[in-house]
Design a binder for this molecule. Structure first.
Ligand SMILES: *Cc1c(COP(=O)(O)O)cnc(C)c1O
Length: 232
């Protein structure tokens, strides 16, 4: 199956309201063009350097949104604000404060998602529920930020039921935070977006209310070189 067939097949699987973010890390620009020609407009990258190389080769594509899905170091906050339309990986108060302090001088206001970690995962960062609840008043004091929701990455090996439970907890947390922000009148904190679901777990994420899925390999094929018999 080529990219076009995979996109068509996936469209049949996703509710119309769910935004398909095509994860294009390690994917060459020709394939991004192909995906664009099939109607995709949202592209996710993990590394700022990689997107900085790609964007100049794709300036003729109209209406594209670039999503940062990989972790963001504070010292890369400025270039991230300059190139991305969405940042899915705001995972600490110092990072949020740094982004807020740069917003005016950069002159762009990307939409932000707070990355939570509700299950142990040594390979990922993110707010715990308690940390995020405690940080909420501090985030409320940063009205430069345009916070739209939460991001979650399920750790490997939870299984379908475990994924479903985890994504359900993230959705419940978003509802709770959204209600608190609404009651307090914090207009820059809205909890309408849930970025959750990757190639291996997107059906469970959608069932739990994901509004954005971040899909790479199911669209573009495996990123790892295939190991054939006799290799190594
Ligand atoms: C790579 C990546 C994805 C896409 O993963 P696939 O398994 O290729 O669908 C989604 N989210 C994040 C944060 C990633 O780093």
């Amino acid at each position: 199956m080529g990219v076009a067939e995979r996109i068509e097949w996936l469209r049949g699987q996703l509710p119309a309201a769910v935004r398909l973010v095509a994860v294009t890390k390690q994917v060459p620009v020709e394939r991004i063009r192909e995906a664009y020609d099939c109607g995709l407009r949202d592209f996710g990258e993990s590394r700022i350097q990689e997107v900085q190389q790609k964007i100049p080769q794709l300036t003729d594509l109209q209406g594209v949104s670039w999503h940062l899905i990989g972790s963001l170091q504070r010292n890369k906050a400025r270039p991230a604000l300059e190139v991305f339309d969405w940042i899915h990986s705001v995972d600490s108060l110092p990072l949020a404060e740094r982004l807020a302090s740069l917003m005016d001088s950069v002159g762009r206001r990307p939409r932000l998602l707070l990355q939570v970690k509700l299950a142990a995962d040594p390979t990922k960062s993110g707010w715990s529920q308690a940390e995020l609840e405690a940080a909420l008043p501090r985030l409320a004091a940063l009205p430069q930020l345009d916070i739209r929701g939460l991001t979650a990455i399920a750790p490997l090996g939870l299984g379908e039921q475990g994924n479903r439970t985890l994504f359900g907890q993230v959705a419940a947390l978003a509802r709770d935070l959204g209600r608190r922000a609404g009651e307090a009148g914090w207009q820059h904190i809205r909890m309408e977006e849930l970025s959750m679901g990757m190639s291996g777990d997107y059906p469970q994420a959608i069932a739990a209310g994901a509004t954005m899925v971040r899909l790479g390999q199911v669209l573009f094929g495996s990123r790892l070189p295939l190991r054939r018999n006799g290799d190594e």
